[in-house]
Ligand binder design. Structure first.
Ligand SMILES: [Zn+2]
Length: 161
């Protein structure tokens, strides 16, 4: 069973300690790890706000309530949930420069000060560059070369398959 602790270790290990091959690319939104028991997913984004890593948390299955013109989540993040996540990250040596969203919303983010592993930043740069075989297709290419370049990235969400 996945716990938040093992999930954070996996995601942070990927962001900061995993060497990416020089011939791969990585989507700029990074990876998502799921914690079904808690109805949460966590995103690990190599370059988010300020081009620094962002760890996000979101309710997986949101129960929406109609509140006049707005829909509000009946099961939002807990009031202490985003500060607690920032605390978990700090306990692992990753200071944040801020958090945003969170309760009463269904998503929240923590911005981290330490840059992602340089080879991961390089892989994201190659994603943004787009397909070099079909420059007009840019990042939306679906050719074998572009997909193979993506498949060469070290990604913990695929390694267990
Ligand atoms: Zn292509």
């Amino acid at each position: 069973m996945t716990t938040l602790a093992t999930l954070l270790d996996t995601g942070l290990g990927w962001l900061f300690d995993t060497v990416q091959p020089g011939d791969c690319h990585q989507h700029h939104l990074g990876i998502v790890l799921h914690l079904p028991e808690a109805n949460r997913w966590y995103g690990f984004i190599p370059e988010g706000t300020r081009a620094l890593p962002v760890v996000s948390v979101a309710v997986t299955k949101v129960d929406w309530i109609d509140d006049g013109p707005l829909q509000v989540p009946a099961n939002p993040l807990r009031p202490d949930e985003l500060p607690a996540l920032a605390g978990e990250l700090r306990d692992r040596g990753f200071e944040s420069f801020g958090t945003w969203n969170g309760h009463p919303g269904a998503t929240g983010s923590v911005g981290l000060i330490r840059p992602a592993h340089p080879t991961l930043v390089g892989a994201v740069d190659r994603y943004r560059r787009g397909c070099i075989t079909h420059p007009k297709q840019s990042v939306f290419c679906d050719c074998e070369d572009w997909r193979a370049e993506a498949a060469r990235a070290n990604d913990p969400t695929r390694s267990t398959a």
